[in-house]
Design a protein around this ligand. Structure first.
Ligand code: AMP
Length: 298
């Protein structure tokens, strides 16, 4: 396994306001120091290439806990072999600059072999909720996510962990895992941050050409359409799902992985919409896989 996905040499220390930790031993010392002074710890797990969506989680943590730890780790085990691990954007220096502008945070950006040292052989079997949607299309994804999230929570000894609604199923997987394993960590889910035209912010948006960027907007428009239809009285999930899929195709996406209306707690599609639902989409624009979702209250 590669030693690190980030160039190490340039970043022995980060910009002022950002305390950079690269190694597990330093991480443990940082936790001990904060625990001994009874500080509450918030952790924001990320894969880097930070944008305003990530920064909103950092701000939420700064507001709620005494100290904030941002983890930047491009976790190889959550990528399938055909996926975009090798081209995933990364620029630690830029990430540190963005974080320095938000507030006093500590960054844990370990090399891969700190998280998966030689001999590492344990993994989490993710909860049942991981089997559908993303889990169907990316069969090894949530095992990688669950394992790394649990490791980061254990390492950071966090009181609260902050996740984005953007990865709707991911926060459910984490919640169910922590419930099943009796973890005391509180999960805080923050709203999706969007570009001014409505596109959900994502590190993967950087892959889009200007033309694809316009096509990508159809995900947001499809969610708005679903919201309007339900508000106007549509109660037939399956009819709406057919329309959503068609709208994505007509809008120019290259492949729809899923377009569903689901119960927000268990992700099952109700025949009849009689309470709040979540609309969830995953589609390819060119080779870029985009996801988005919207909670629709009735
Ligand atoms: P990632 O770096 O893609 O693993 O994302 C790290 C965290 O940021 C996850 O909890 C994501 O759900 C969250 N996140 C990513 N994009 C957004 C966004 N546009 N708005 C809010 N949270 C986001």
């Amino acid at each position: 396994m590669a030693d690190t996905v980030f160039p190490m040499a340039d970043f022995e220390s980060g910009p002022t306001d950002v305390n950079l930790i690269r190694h597990v031993t330093e991480m443990k010392a940082w936790v001990k120091k904060n625990r001994s002074s009874a500080k509450t710890i918030g952790v924001v797990p990320t894969m880097g290439a930070l944008h305003e969506g990530h920064l909103s989680l950092v701000k939420a943590s700064l507001a709620k806990t005494d100290v904030t730890l941002v983890t930047i780790f491009l976790n190889p085990t959550q990528f399938g072999i055909q996926e975009d691990l090798d081209k995933y954007p990364h620029n630690l220096e830029q990430d540190l600059e963005k974080l320095a502008g938000v507030g006093p945070v500590t960054v844990f950006a370990p090399p891969v072999n700190e998280i998966y040292p030689v001999g590492f052989s344990t993994g989490i079997t993710p909860p049942q909720i991981a089997k559908t949607l993303e889990g169907e299309k990316r069969p090894t994804h949530f095992a990688g996510v669950a394992t790394v999230v649990l490791k980061l929570l254990n390492l950071s000894q966090a009181d609260c962990a902050f996740f984005g609604q953007k990865d709707y199923q991911q926060q459910l997987v984490v919640r169910h895992m922590l419930r099943d394993l009796n973890s005391p960590v509180e999960i805080v889910v923050c709203p999706i941050v969007r570009e001014p035209d409505g596109l959900a912010m994502s590190s993967r948006n950087a892959y889009l050409s200007p033309e694809q960027r316009k096509i990508a907007l159809v995900l947001h428009h499809t969610l708005e359409y679903a919201d309007c239809q339900i508000r106007d009285g549509c109660r037939d999930s399956f009819e709406l799902i057919v329309d959503m899929r068609q709208m994505l195709i007509d809008g120019g996406v290259d492949q729809v992985d899923y377009a569903v209306i689901a119960n927000p707690d268990n992700l099952e599609t109700p025949d009849h919409i009689d309470s709040s639902v979540v609309a969830l989409l995953a589609a390819y624009v060119g080779k870029t896989r985009l996801i988005d979702n919207r909670l629709i209250e009735i």
